[in-house]
Design a protein around this ligand. Structure first.
Ligand code: GTP
Length: 465
């Protein structure tokens, strides 16, 4: 049978919660890495699509702005380069190009007409080909004969940031192509980007749109989020007439707080589960210990008498059976002595049942003390006791029983300061070759005991049969 420990197994008590803690932490980490990777992939795809779409939208806006310069040129040519109707043209063009902030005419490179003029008066007379801040871009447009798009630039008239489309206009005079000047469309950066990019902040995205300005060597930032962009950002070019802008978008770096929170939660969960594992393991160990102890109690009840602690009849019979076989087959002598308290009913009646119990216990102790280790003493029932004395002949057994009887008769037992005196009668028998079982021997001892009682009690009688 597997032996079961009666004490707490500290090793298991530590190991199980520890394994639970580590398992939950590992699973938590695995889930963290797995979902984080998944989330990052998803975000990447989303940002990629968003950036591409945004770059296309910005590009369309630019086309609208640039088309305004072409419209202006067409109307100018229709009027044979007379600029008197500029305001009417502009009003018309702006009504269909809502995003264009203002239109300008710069014959010979000098700004002469602006619509709307209000707030832009300072720009009148601005010589684009002469101003070192503007001349490079303006010259490129003239030399390439192509529309140039620059920006952002800070306007001299109102210090606002704007992107500018400049279309160089040429006319034939005397069969020679000569530079007439610029048709200009301008859009304020905040108006261009206002709705488009500002919403990105709310979506938790960082962004940056870099423009191109031939007049400055630096890369001018058209719009950017408060948080700077990293080099991991998704980038898409925005094609403008004379180059390209660059739009970069990325998610805010995930705040570490989220990660800390997640890890904190996992740690908390792991600790809780390992605590439960500890409680569960402790409880099941305690239950096991309790079970073992209960089993032992049951076992003890099955074999021992609860009042005296001596073997009970069943347990003694089993052993007696073996002793009998030993006596029969190996000629090891065996004596059975039957003990019975005389007039025990009287003791109970006079001193009470509890006093009777005390007497039974005291007698048991006395007998147990007097017996050898090899002797088997048991409570046979009620006030009857039996002793199996192996390796003993009848003479020695009789001496032993007589001594015990005399000792008990001289003993004065106390119960609640009351003296109780009593005697015992003993019947002895010896295993005989004709005996078929231990019961035969016990029966003869019982008969001898009956004789002892009959002959006056407080005496030992030997069965002669
Ligand atoms: N206190 C107590 N009394 C018990 C116990 N078992 C049996 N008895 C009592 O033992 C007494 C036995 O009585 P009897 O069989 O008449 O025998 P006796 O009075 O001893 O008389 P004799 O044996 O003839 O000398 C009864 O009163 C039982 O109640 C027990 O466990 N405790």
């Amino acid at each position: 049978m597997k032996s079961v420990s009666k004490t707490i197994n500290v090793k298991r008590l530590i190991l199980y919660p520890l394994v639970t803690l580590l398992t939950v932490l590992m699973l938590g980490e695995y889930a963290f890495v797995f979902f984080k990777k998944d989330k990052l992939e998803e975000q990447k795809k989303y940002v990629d699509t968003l950036t591409k779409t945004l770059s296309e939208v910005i590009q369309k806006e630019i086309i609208v702005v640039t088309s305004a310069t072409s419209m202006l040129e067409t109307l100018l040519r229709q009027d044979h380069f007379a600029t008197t109707n500029f305001n009417d043209w502009s009003r018309e063009i702006l009504s269909i190009n809502e995003n264009v902030s203002n239109l300008q005419l710069a014959p010979g490179g000098i700004v002469m007409d602006i619509f709307p003029l209000e707030g832009n008066e300072q720009a009148i007379g601005h010589d684009l080909l002469d101003d070192p801040k503007r001349s490079i871009g303006a010259r490129i447009a003239v030399d390439s004969k192509e529309l140039t798009f620059i920006g952002p630039v800070r306007l001299i008239q109102n210090n606002r940031l704007a992107v500018i489309a400049r279309k160089p206009v040429f006319r034939y005079k005397n069969q020679q192509e000569t530079f007439w000047g610029f048709t200009i469309a301008l859009i304020y950066v905040e108006e261009l980007m206002g709705d488009l990019l500002s919403g990105l902040d709310d979506l938790g995205l960082n962004y940056q749109l870099i423009g191109s300005n031939p007049d400055s060597l630096t890369q001018p930032i058209i719009a950017a989020s408060i948080q700077p962009i990293s080099n991991q950002a998704m980038q898409y070019p925005v094609l403008v007439p004379n180059g390209e802008w660059l739009l970069s978008v990325e998610y805010h770096f995930e705040s570490l707080t989220d990660d800390f929170l997640y890890h904190g939660l996992i740690l908390l969960m792991a600790s809780l589960l390992s605590y439960f594992a500890f409680i569960y393991e402790r409880k099941s160990q305690l239950q096991q210990i309790e079970l073992v102890s209960l089993n032992q109690q049951l076992e003890s009840l099955a074999y021992f008498d609860s009042l005296t602690g001596l073997r009970n009849r069943r347990s003694a019979s089993d052993i007696a059976q073996e002793l009998f076989h030993l006596a029969q087959h190996s000629q090891v002598p065996l004596i059975v002595a039957f003990l019975d308290i005389d007039y025990f009913k009287h003791v109970n009646d006079v001193h009470g049942h509890q006093a009777g119990d005390v007497i039974l216990k005291a007698l048991s102790n006395l007998c147990a003390k007097s017996c050898r280790e090899s002797d088997i003493i048991a409570r046979w029932g009620g006030e009857e006791f039996i002793v199996f004395l192996p390796y003993t002949d009848l003479d020695y057994a009789l001496v032993f029983c007589e001594t015990l009887r005399k000792n008990i008769s001289m003993e004065c037992f106390m119960y609640e300061s009351e003296k109780i005196e009593f005697t015992i009668s003993i019947g002895l028998s010896e295993v005989a070759p004709a005996d078929k079982s231990i019961e035969d021997v016990i029966k003869r001892a019982d008969e001898a005991l009956y004789l002892a009682k009959k002959n006056g009690r407080n005496r030992c009688e030997v069965s002669l049969g």
